[in-house]
Design a protein around this ligand. Structure first.
Ligand code: FAD
Length: 460
């Protein structure tokens, strides 16, 4: 008899796991309280990148003359752009509905709970299953400064659905979501200020890349206040005045809206998880290397286990979890998970950073190639970018690839594959990259590890 699998959550963790479980012969039910596709499709990856795509086109076309274009009276049609965003999202959600149907997966709409027998209850019905997979996702964290409840203090979901482009926007948090929204609204003409508590924006990214991105976005018009803390938001002429403590001073930064982008927390409260025997650590479901929880037969993947809050990580974990649960061999290789930021320039990173290597006391070599010497980057106006390759000192094994520049989010797949295959610096060097492409810079950065990049002056 085929195994019964019940999955709570239809985001990239849940729906991908559902399809994999069906492929392996299980009888699968997905319970989703909102829309299939989860945060990623409906209010995350897809709508943000749709808006960023148009914003970047707009910013590029504004430079028309320099690019050999005559562009008169270029305007943003915000309503049409919002409609395009909805259409892209709807098409993808419909695609998932069709895929689940084609795989004979049952979808139930409603909020699911674990009962004390570790079964799933939804809409008054109890679903029993040999395998339960929790893919519950996450929600924005809130801060509790005075004024945090004012109507113009918004989260990322509200920022995606603003009725007009704000004249000014203060973003609290210089992480990936904050920086992407800064790039988006700055390109669309808003005056944007990012307030970040740490000394560096994007603390998880290679510090050289983070500093360069900050420079580039500052040049585009974004103001960054680092080592700065929002103490209050008050009504003001622009809409609001955000009180920001920077060193010994308190500044008042005006903003029509204040976007709080200080991270996300797992949606694990009030679902009977602890009562069913699951172990939680600050809201995150504790899992082992197979994403199994403390209760046999119950797995937890994606944002709700808090390991890597990324859509592709959630999907890979979902696949690994159901494969393990259904007795199928599975591989989950966390070191190949890329982190991408869809600003202009783009940032993409896989493997260890220099900071990680130093912290872990691993002897390494580094090679950096600036895109100023790359022909395609010049064509695409991405000369401020760079590629950095990090290798293990003894073996030459690729440990990290970090990129800033055009198409970095696409090109990082080469770095991920190199890490997955245990490639060495010689493998990168002897892989022939097409000309003219930005990818040539990966080969050059690999050569730079040995001090012999072709398109750089000799170092010794
Ligand atoms: C603005 C923004 C931009 C982002 N951009 C990117 C990006 O470019 N790339 C990237 O990799 N990641 C991005 N992310 C993160 C990405 O969206 C998440 O990592 C990903 O969606 C996690 O997938 P998941 O399946 O774990 O959870 P989710 O996608 O959050 O799905 C969980 C689903 O479970 C449902 N659910 C929860 N509890 C219950 C219940 N009790 N009963 C029934 N249903 C339930 C929810 O309704 C939801 O649909 C972004 C996030 C945001 C907010």
């Amino acid at each position: 008899m085929c195994k019964q699998v019940v999955i709570i959550g239809g985001g990239p963790g849940g729906y991908v796991a559902a399809i994999r479980a069906a492929q392996l012969g299980a009888s699968v039910t997905v319970v989703e309280q909102e829309r299939l596709g989860g945060t990623c499709l409906n209010i995350g990856c897809i709508p943000t990148k749709t808006l960023l795509h148009t914003a970047e086109l707009y910013r590029t076309l504004l430079k028309g003359k320099a690019l050999g274009l005559k562009v008169d009276n270029l305007q943003i049609d915000w309503t049409a752009l919002q409609n395009r965003k909805k259409n892209v999202v709807n098409r993808l959600v419909k695609g998932i509905e069709a895929l689940l149907k084609a795989n004979h997966i049952t979808v139930k709409t409603g909020r699911a709970y674990l009962t004390d027998k570790a079964a799933v209850a939804v809409n008054g019905e109890e679903l029993s299953a040999e395998v339960i997979l929790l893919a519950l996702g996450s929600e924005p964290m809130r801060l509790s400064f005075p004024g945090a409840d004012l109507p113009g203090v918004i989260d990322s979901t509200q920022a995606l659905n603003l009725e007009t482009i704000p004249k000014s926007l203060v973003i609290i948090g210089g992480g990936v979501i904050g920086v992407e929204f800064a790039a988006l609204f700055c390109s669309l003409g808003s005056e944007v200020t990012v307030v970040e508590l740490a000394a560096q924006i994007l603390p998880a990214i290679d510090s050289e890349l983070a500093a360069k991105l900050r420079q580039d976005l500052s040049r585009q018009g974004v103001t960054f206040l680092t080592e700065a803390k929002v103490t209050a938001v008050e009504d003001g002429e622009a809409g609001y005045n955000v009180k920001v403590a920077v060193q010994d001073k308190v500044e008042a930064v005006p903003g029509e809206y204040v976007l709080v982008a200080v991270g996300r927390r797992p949606c694990t409260a009030g679902l009977g998880l602890a009562e069913a025997g699951l172990v939680l650590d600050r809201g995150r479901i504790v899992v082992d290397q197979h994403f199994a929880t403390a209760v046999p037969g119950i797995y937890a993947v994606g944002d709700c286990n808090g390991q890597r809050m990324l859509a592709h990580a959630a999907s890979a974990q979902g696949v690994a979890a159901v494969e393990h649960a259904l007795g199928h061999p599975s591989i989950y290789c966390a070191s190949t998970i890329p982190s991408c930021i869809y600003t202009t320039p783009e940032v993409a990173s896989v493997g260890l950073t220099e900071e990680d290597l130093q912290e872990q006391d691993i002897a390494y070599q580094s090679g950096t190639f600036g895109l100023i010497a790359n022909g395609k980057a010049l064509i695409e106006e991405g000369q401020t970018g760079l590629v950095k390759v990090l290798t293990e000192a003894d073996t030459g094994k690729v440990l990290g690839v970090h990129m800033l520049g055009p198409h970095a989010t696409e090109l990082i797949a080469e770095g991920a594959l190199a890490i997955r295959m245990g490639a060495t610096i010689e493998d990168l060097i002897t892989t022939i990259h097409a000309h003219p492409t930005i990818s040539e810079a990966i080969g050059e950065a690999a050569l730079a590890v040995k001090g012999v990049a072709i398109h750089l002056p000799p170092t010794r």
